[in-house]
Design a protein around this ligand. Structure first.
Ligand SMILES: NC(=O)c1ccc[n+]([C@@H]2O[C@H](COP(=O)([O-])OP(=O)(O)OC[C@H]3O[C@@H](n4cnc5c(N)ncnc54)[C@H](O)[C@@H]3O)[C@@H](O)[C@H]2O)c1
Length: 373
């Protein structure tokens, strides 16, 4: 294939679609040729704003000019849309999580493999500058072997947002909505996991909030406080607490890793960049590490761009379906472990995604030399 772009059809024109439509102007590899939504008026509004042809959902699946379907529907619809897109012979990139049911999600990965099509999945934040700086520090052995670590993400969640009910129902909650950013970064840093032991709970059956357009009192159908230990294949044990039950703003670092010669800490992995710190044996304090990679803010869509470049080059994409499936199994294992009262050995695994290349040619030379000293 001699093209340096692929034609992309978007299904789902809700809140997150703005990010991808804006990104398409920055990344010509992602050539958006149509958008659709079950709500035609919403597709019409987004199409008009971003000058993208508005199509019916069926037209997106059936258009022979479209190479990739970008699935921006809610989690509950992901697997059905992925399946239909693959059946139509399209590559697919989906928003996170891959699905909400493990068996359904596995079928999508198997179908993509059988049809020799790419299946990619958000989040792509692990490809961001801050995440990759953490990865380089680990790979370059700055803190030795990682024995343990913490992932702590505490708050009340988006309970007052207009879309609040969706964030407290199946397919969301702190684990499936926020968890993918943490779990995917952990896999990027440490490789695949092998087991999960956890307990989950919720503080109330109903919450109050949301804008006037949604019910003021809405049900909570998912666990809103999850804590557990993820054992990685490399031996690292990570303690994770992920909660929408905490009023006080958290003072814990979002991710800390403890190695045989030091420790690493990083910002909330929902962002592409932020403060990365290292503590090494022999130093008195933490030191902030300057970023040495690009994509340190607002880079949502680099996952699909990487997938398009990988399709064109015939190589594996970083934000792959296998990675997302493994992340989903880890996340769902928290509830499974809690309800069965035992440690869950994971069945899936995945390749650790390839690291990004550090920036060496745009004035960041000093930054990379800081990391290489
Ligand atoms: N909103 C955010 O801040 C945010 C951030 C990161 C990721 N995401 C992810 O993006 C995805 C979409 O989230 P959102 O907030 O944009 O949701 P949303 O509810 O605002 O939009 C989803 C749209 O998909 C449409 N839709 C549903 N099923 C469909 C189907 N079968 N065919 C065609 N259209 C269909 C709906 O009509 C709706 O307009 C989710 O997977 C979510 O996890 C959202």
């Amino acid at each position: 294939m001699s093209r340096n772009f692929l034609n992309v059809g978007v299904i789902g024109c809700g809140m997150i679609s703005d990010w991808y439509f804006r990104a398409a102007k920055r990344f010509p590899q992602m050539h958006i040729t149509g958008c659709a939504d079950l709500k035609q008026d919403l597709a019409g509004k987004q199409g008009a704003e971003y000058q993208i042809p508005v199509r019916s959902v069926a037209e997106i699946y059936n258009d022979p000019q479209i190479d990739v379907i970008l699935n921006l529907t809610p989690p509950k619809a992901h697997c059905a849309v992925i399946k239909q897109a693959l059946e139509a012979g399209k590559h697919v990139y989906t928003e996170k999580p891959l699905g909400i049911d493990l068996a359904e999600a596995r079928k999508t990965v198997e179908l993509a493999r059988k049809k020799n099509l790419y299946l990619g999945c958000a989040p792509d934040t692990f490809m961001g500058g801050g995440h990759q700086t953490m990865r380089k520090l680990l790979d370059d052995n700055w803190i030795g072997e990682v024995l343990a670590g913490t992932v702590i993400c505490l708050g009340r969640g988006p309970e007052k947002w207009e879309h609040a009910p969706a964030f407290y129902s199946d397919g969301a909650g702190p684990m499936l909505d926020i968890g993918p950013y943490f779990i995917t970064q952990l896999i990027n840093l440490l490789g695949p996991a092998k087991a999960v032991t956890a307990a989950v709970t919720k503080g109330a059956d109903f919450r109050v909030g949301g804008a006037d357009t949604v019910p003021r009192i809405y049900p909570v159908t998912v666990p809103t406080h999850q804590s557990g230990i993820i054992e990685f294949a490399n031996g690292a044990q990570i303690t994770m607490i992920n909660s929408y039950e905490v009023f006080a703003p958290s003072r814990h670092p979002f991710i800390e890793l403890y190695g045989s010669r030091g420790a690493l800490a990083m910002f909330h992995p929902n962002y592409f960049g932020g403060k990365v710190e290292v503590f090494q044996d022999g130093y008195d304090d933490w030191r902030e590490v300057p970023p040495a990679f690009i994509y340190n803010s607002d880079a949502r869509s680099i996952g699909i761009v990487d997938m398009i470049e990988s399709i064109l080059a015939g190589k594996p994409a970083r934000a792959s379906g296998e990675l997302a499936y493994h992340a989903l199994e880890i996340m769902l294992a928290f509830e499974k472990s809690s309800s069965l009262g035992r440690r869950i050995e994971l069945e899936s695994s995945c390749r650790r995604p390839e690291p990004m290349l550090p920036v060496i040619d745009d004035g960041c030379v000093n930054r990379i030399s800081w990391l290489e000293k």
